[in-house]
Write a protein that binds this ligand. Structure first.
Ligand code: ADP
Ligand code: MG
Length: 310
């Protein structure tokens, strides 16, 4: 039975550098095309950690070279740039893969803004390091401007930003319309451009939204049947990396919650995925989330592998 699926792509789907991304998207396109070929409706979300880091670094290097030009883009603008750059490579790779299979489906990337709550407690304790390492003096200058900075294991100082929860996807009606029309859409890249509503104005904020949470929200809002989080492991495990490691194939929301509370999933990597997956699965009857390896997307959706949370 054809399903409506939101697919979230992890770091391994895009690589770390420009040449890596060019190569990686070909593989990624195959995994997504496998689902589309089966008749599923697909919306794609992706991470952007290395890419937004690179863009931010390039902008600050340019700014240092010529401070008078005011070329330093705020983080929200860097996220927008990363959506454009990743979307460009991904939509073309997917378009080509689909055409090679005789499927002339339009593929488009949507610059997507995601509202966050200015009162989100995450703003009180920023956790995500971004950008280049700085000297003590540069760090003091940033702190003077109100930014948060941390000392990173003797390697220097880095700016840290908050990772608030996504509350709303501004362009969600466009995502729904494209899906309903049978088109493939890439949206909420990098978790979306974080914005705060100020009446009719949307104000970009210096934060990063977790793409696992953003894709789970998108899956809820488009009323998807399934959320697939594609990553670097085929299944999730209890006691990961320990001698008594146990791979999980099929778990309930209640089990996922309990394992999460017992600390089986690493914070910042697997924990947000399991949290996002279980929130989607718990949001309505007959919704399920799947965590599996990028190359196993089709096997996973057909129940042959991966960890299913329902
Ligand atoms: P992505 O870029 O796809 O978001 P992450 O690195 O953030 O990938 O998260 C996936 C990683 O989480 C896996 O590659 C694995 O090393 C790690 N991980 C941590 N805990 C677990 C666990 N309990 N089971 C499986 N993988 C885990
Ligand atoms: Mg991750």
């Amino acid at each position: 039975m054809p399903k409506k699926i939101v697919v979230a792509l992890g770091g391994n789907a895009l690589g770390n550098t420009l040449p890596e991304q060019m190569a990686a998207v070909k593989c990624t396109a195959k995994a997504i095309a496998d689902l589309i070929e089966e008749g599923h409706q697909v919306a794609v979300c992706h991470g952007n950690g290395p890419q937004v880091g690179m863009i931010h670094l390039a902008m600050s290097a340019l700014n240092q070279l010529d401070p008078g030009q005011h070329v330093m883009a705020p983080l929200s603008v860097c996220v927008a740039m990363s959506q454009g750059y990743i979307g460009y490579d991904l939509q073309n790779a997917l378009r080509e893969e689909l055409l090679d299979r005789g499927i002339p489906k339009p593929v488009a990337t949507l610059i997507t803004q995601v509202c966050v709550d200015p009162e989100d407690p995450a703003f009180q304790k920023p956790t995500k390091p971004i950008g280049r390492f700085m000297t003590h003096q540069e760090a003091q200058a940033l702190i003077g401007k109100g930014d948060s900075v941390v000392e990173d294991a003797g390697r220097g100082y880095r700016r840290v930003v908050a990772s608030p929860r996504p509350v709303d996807i501004v362009e969600i009606e466009t995502v729904k319309a494209l899906l309903a029309d049978g088109q493939v859409v890439i949206a909420a890249g990098g978790g979306g451009i974080p914005v705060i509503r100020q009446g009719n104005h949307l104000k970009g904020v210096g934060a990063v939204i977790d793409k696992d949470f953003a894709s789970a929200l998108m899956a809820q809002r488009v009323d998807a049947d399934e959320l697939i989080l594609l990553t670097a492991v085929e299944k999730i495990a209890l006691n990961f990396g320990k001698p008594n490691q146990t791979w999980l194939s099929d778990i309930t929301v209640q089990q996922a919650r309990a394992y999460l509370a017992e600390g089986h999933f690493a914070p910042g990597s697997m924990a947000p995925k399991v949290q996002a997956a279980l929130e989607f699965a718990a949001s309505k009857e007959n919704r399920a989330a799947l965590i599996t390896l990028l190359e196993k997307a089709k096997d996973g959706i057909e129940g042959r592998t991966g960890t299913r949370i329902h």
